[in-house]
Ligand binder design. Structure first.
Ligand SMILES: Cc1cc2nc3c(=O)[nH]c(=O)nc-3n(C[C@H](O)[C@H](O)[C@H](O)COP(=O)(O)OP(=O)(O)OC[C@H]3O[C@@H](n4cnc5c(N)ncnc54)[C@H](O)[C@@H]3O)c2cc1C
Length: 536
């Protein structure tokens, strides 16, 4: 029987369960082979994973003259004082070995004429160290190779089209999880017993109305861990990409930052280059400063555009075929017209707190990839470090699980603890995502954050749809920690506290209980007025 044919008996007792079919989940499953594992993926493999959309590649100090120490130093510099230096160095040191693993699994990384790995440069890296595939196809090539490898591995059982919606625990230890068929809110839940669960569910970008992330990146993994009592780290740190293309698509396609490198400018609807007044490097300022510039123009009622008509003109299609195609599909010819843009939620630095083995604070629960927070990114992520972190921690988790004793099968209650589920109320989901973008987004202030906290707490309490409730849980964690961090640091910008405070140079470690204490303290205060537009 092939591994896909084994989907029928969902309740069969399982030793290791991995939730997530992106880079972190699949790599971990392959590393654990031949130990039997079950991989659960909300979307069919290859879809619904940010991994497949990665364009740049993986940061790895593999070129002559580069070093893990230099890579770690760049990571630390970008992370705005919150990077765990030991973790960053460990990540950089293991990059070469993990790239070799990916090559063995069949990822066709580009090579130079001498046959060595070809490396390109990205912003804030002091050396050329991004390994890539056919220009901007890294994500697609990585996921395709891993899916093929997984399908060839008989010890991996795949359950596609089911979402994990709750972790089941006993005395602080994980004993299983509850799943439900995606797209059928009234379907009966399925419970799966396991004392070894790995969450690899990706990020939270889709909690925001404007995002580059797939729908499945709705923070459900973060929420189920938090609801089971796990410690959550740095949830307030969300990286925004400054130039998502606003052509009515959700998620929004990306206009790569390389366009600005080629001379494309940012203009408002009056044709003014608004970044000139904001930073000496204008359009080439750091990503978060550009994102704030674009956000401020839009908040002030002016539309923002990326104008490549002079810099690229007729060469646009040949140099940036993916962006060109996204624009043309929407009736915009970027060779002749400015591209409408907005900042979009792109990457979550925060997540389930894990140690250097990927262990969470709950016995039997590991987390890897974007859903976790290892301390490697601090308050801002260095480009192309996320795929690296996913692959390094997936391997470490596999090694840690391999070294642990196989626990006796867990016994679950006969009845699912939360059998009922209502239909997803689309307007409530929409207003949560809109509020995340307007109140917990690129520019934040106390009044808006407090308002968002109250709204998310109410949604969380009232929702009878479990996915919406879980989205509200994750939104609440981000909003409460953003409210509590009274400074600006890295990707977290507070207009009411616009500077970095040395006394606050420490990571946030929180729980859902702590978030609810903030909800309680805010509900005792009068709501602040938030009528003014926020413009930095
Ligand atoms: C457009 C774009 C470009 C990027 N470019 C780069 C780049 O060049 N370099 C780089 O390093 N990083 C890049 N990133 C970030 C990087 O792609 C992600 O951080 C990384 O791929 C995350 O991998 P993952 O395995 O943790 O999650 P994902 O690849 O997102 O996979 C998550 C998996 O979990 C599943 N899932 C989610 N919730 C549930 C649930 N409740 N139950 C069951 N399954 C669930 C999903 O279906 C999916 O299979 C980019 C991100 C985007 C969006």
């Amino acid at each position: 029987m092939s591994n896909q044919d084994q989907n029928h008996d969902l309740t069969r007792n399982t030793d290791v369960v991995i939730v997530g079919g992106g880079l972190a989940g699949l790599f971990c499953a392959l590393k654990l082979a031949p130990r039997p594992v079950t991989v659960i993926s909300a979307a069919p493999l290859g879809q619904g994973a940010s991994t497949a959309w990665a364009q740049g590649g993986i940061a790895a100090a593999v070129a002559e003259g580069d070093s893990a120490e230099a890579h770690a130093a760049d990571t630390i510099a970008v992370g705005a004082g919150l990077v765990d230096e030991r973790i960053a160095l460990g990540l950089a040191r293991e990059a070469g070995a993990r790239i070799n693993d990916l090559l063995r699994y069949g990822v066709p990384f580009d090579r130079d004429l001498e046959g060595k790995l070809a490396v390109s440069r990205e912003a804030a890296h002091s050396a050329r160290r991004i390994v890539h595939v056919r220009g901007d196809m890294a994500g697609k090539a990585i996921i395709s190779a891993l899916i093929e490898a997984v399908r060839r591995t008989p010890s991996i059982r795949l359950i596609e089209g089911f979402a994990a919606e709750a972790l089941l625990t006993e005395d602080g230890a994980v004993i299983g999880l509850q799943l439900r068929k995606v797209g059928d809110a009234t379907a009966k839940p399925v419970t799966l017993a396991s004392r070894t669960v790995v969450l690899a569910t990706g990020g939270i970008g889709h909690l925001y109305a404007v995002t580059t992330n797939p729908t499945e990146a709705s923070g459900l993994g973060l929420a189920i861990a938090a609801r089971a009592g796990a410690v959550i780290a740095d949830p307030e740190f969300v990286q925004f990409h400054p130039t998502a293309i606003m052509v009515g698509r959700d998620p929004a396609p990306l206009a790569t930052e390389a366009l600005r490198g080629e001379g494309a400018t940012l203009i408002n609807d009056k044709g003014e280059r608004f970044m000139i007044a904001r930073h000496p490097l204008a359009e080439l300022a750091p990503r978060d400063i550009v994102a704030r510039g674009v956000f401020s123009e839009i908040a002030a009622g002016r539309d923002a555009f990326l104008d490549a008509t002079k810099a690229l003109g007729a060469h646009f299609a040949e140099k940036f075929p993916t962006v060109h195609a996204s624009c043309m599909e929407a009736g915009i010819d970027p060779a002749k017209q400015p591209i409408p843009i907005a900042p979009a939620a792109h990457y979550h630095m925060g997540g389930i707190a894990v140690d250097e083995h990927g262990r969470t604070s709950l016995k039997g629960l590991w987390a890897g990839g974007e859903v976790s927070s290892t301390g490697a990114h601090g308050a801002n992520r260095l480009a192309s470090n996320s795929l690296l972190e996913a692959v390094v921690y997936a391997a470490r988790i596999a090694e840690d699980i391999e070294g642990s004793v196989i626990a006796a099968p867990a016994r679950l209650p006969a009845e699912s603890p939360t059998p009922r589920n209502g239909a997803m109320p689309v307007p409530a989901e929409k207003s949560l995502r809109t509020m995340m973008a307007s109140h917990v987004g690129v520019i934040r202030d106390a009044g808006r954050l407090a308002e968002a906290v109250r709204v998310f707490a109410a949604i969380e309490q009232d929702a009878d749809n479990i996915a919406l409730r879980n989205m509200a849980t994750s939104a609440l964690l981000v909003a409460t920690s953003a409210w509590a961090r009274r400074e600006s640091r890295g990707a977290h910008y507070r207009i009411d506290y616009p500077t970095e405070k040395p006394a606050l140079a420490h990571r946030t470690m929180t729980t859902l209980t702590a978030a609810r204490e903030i909800v309680a303290s805010l509900s005792e205060r009068a709501p602040a007025r938030t009528a003014q537009p926020i413009v930095a």
